[in-house]
Write a protein that binds this ligand. Sequence first.
Ligand SMILES: *Cc1c(COP(=O)(O)O)cnc(C)c1O
Length: 369
Amino acid sequence: MLSELRIQKVKKSRLPEVDLDSLGFGNVFCDHMFVMDYADGRWGQPQIRPFGPLPIEPGAGGLHYGQAVFEGLKAFRGTDGVIRVFRPDKNIERLRASCARLCIPCIDDDVFHEVIQQLIRLDHEWIPRKRGQSFYIRPIIFSTESHLEVRPSTTYCFAVITSPVRQYFDSTIPAVALKVEEQYTRAAPGGVGFAKTGGNYAASLLPSAASREEGFDQVLWLDGAEHKYVEEVGQMNIFFKIKDCVITPPLLGTILHGVMRDTVLTLLREDGHCCEERRIPIEEIAQAIHDGDLIEAFGAGTAAVISPVGRIEYRGEEMEINNSKPGQLTRALYEEITAIQYGDIEDRHGWNTLVVLDGTTSQAVPATA
Ligand SMILES: *Cc1c(COP(=O)(O)O)cnc(C)c1O
């Protein structure tokens, strides 16, 4: 599918200037990026070229009306040297759903997978070697046609940039503090809450900044219609363990179909754990904390994998969960998922896509792909 791929390599890698031990999240970008434009009803020449600015018309629809979608996934360098991409099939599936909602033409599955393989082959030295660090892959599609009429664009750009990222979870760091957001909403029924599109993020910036000023790490979003049911935490899906059952909000159109959410539910169910996907009134959470029934809570997402929740503020009351420490299940899930991602335990579900480098590198090439 990418047979006509044109590759322009950097003359000199920037990698020697990068300190992989002091990474943030997405503040350093790898040497190469992928770019492909859409016009006349089809995707054009696929190209990999040095990371750098993209020319854009000031009238481009993506800038004015937000016709743009993105994805986020990670590759890991295993202890065995093998490079694994975690569940990319779920990301292209979600990208297709996001594109459909925003009237954006999507790319084919095989193009998506091939682009990731090609970029990693070129920039595999950028994949950090320390456990917990990883290689973040950010595909975007945005409209480029210069017009101010409100209608779907006829031209688009699909680009993929990559970035080495730091470890997120550290059990010595206190669990996150959440503020229940009762004024603002992230998404409304019938809107674009399930799509990975920039508008949802733009809408979240003001409430997030306000909560941080008050000393919280993240916002706990409630539903847009009644401000009654829990939806997401920051940019993660939320899970609560009440007594011995784990609950998470259902996919009713206003929350993201998180890959990590699906991963957590799959592992818990296989383990015979009680799991429910249902609407969760915030009052039920407050009551469970008061009754001592809320055992632990965590957010799930590609960036952090699992992020423990230590405190929730609701209507002026500070409620602590598990003494602000990561719970047992939170830790166990983090350990199991990262062990799969780094190839330490068997990948029973076939979640990892292996990256095969050519024979000229010293990287291990898996015996079976
Ligand atoms: C991306 C995202 C998530 C997490 O999805 P993953 O596929 O698990 O990374 C959750 N909520 C929002 C709003 C997101 O944008």
